[in-house]
Design a protein around this ligand. Sequence first.
Ligand code: DGY
Length: 331
Amino acid sequence: MPKILVTRRTFPESAAALRASGAEVVVWEDADSPTKEGLIAAVCDIDGLYAHITNQVDAEVMEAAPNLKVIAEFGVGYDNIDINAANERGIAVGNTPDVLSESTADEAFALLTAMARRTYDLPAMVKRGEWGDFDPLGYLATDIHHKTLGIVGMGNIGSEMAKRAAGFNMEVLYFNRNRREREKEFGATYVDSLDELLERSDYVSLHNPLTPETTNMMSTDQFKLMKKSAILINTTRGPVVDQEALYEALKSGEIAGAALDVTVPEPIPADHPLLTLDNCLIMPHVASATGDTRMKMAMMCVENVLAGLAGDWPPYCVNQAAIAGNARLNR
Ligand code: DGY
């Protein structure tokens, strides 16, 4: 009987679907994710791993799991998995693309509107009983319509962000490794450098994956290029932004604000300097966290794991081309 480890609690429906396949299913029910040591101990006899962002699935973990055939990541980003190590071992890796693009763009746009129209700070002021007399110059916000949104990374999530911006009469610029044919669908304009995008945008929203090249992509020099009135939105991965540089840029007024769904580390400690700033809004990595989307993601993980255990490619496989033809199907 194949054995599957699910490294966080999951929906009853997804656990039931895994069990219905006849596999033994172990669900990690602890309040916290397994530590590295805990994960190594737990994978020694598993065939399938249903993993999450908090699991660093590296070569050491894979070495500890000689029967491992498939890893299903609960998310579109899989930077927590060492793909080269998986390729070398013929382990298929699946993720959950597309299904979370709209929810993630909804949250990114909600962060943009919260910063622009101050729904992140004014309600708390009202609750404190500090709402003063009508003041034509008080509580001023920033327009969204007819401002420029710069999107970094025009994949599925970036494209959904562009559609939302078009509905708000924004001008949309984007920077991407390749120019996208789809830009015409939502009237986005390609710029061929990140610098140009940063210089021209009122809002900058990050949707590129985390790679060695994009680590600390936004740092002191980039914040200097941005308008002093500009707002940064990050719903991709924390390490894409150099947080010390961001703190300095926000404190010195180099940029006007930032809204982050992702940080380094996660969770961010309550005494982190960024949390002392009034112009920084931080959410607990929840861009895909709606009940409907999370359920769809869970069921995609089930499909990926079960296909891998059956010796097929996971339907949402990220490394099929890299390992096709090698020993995966013999594992
Ligand atoms: C994703 O899908 O990548 C989310 O950030 C959850 O990890």
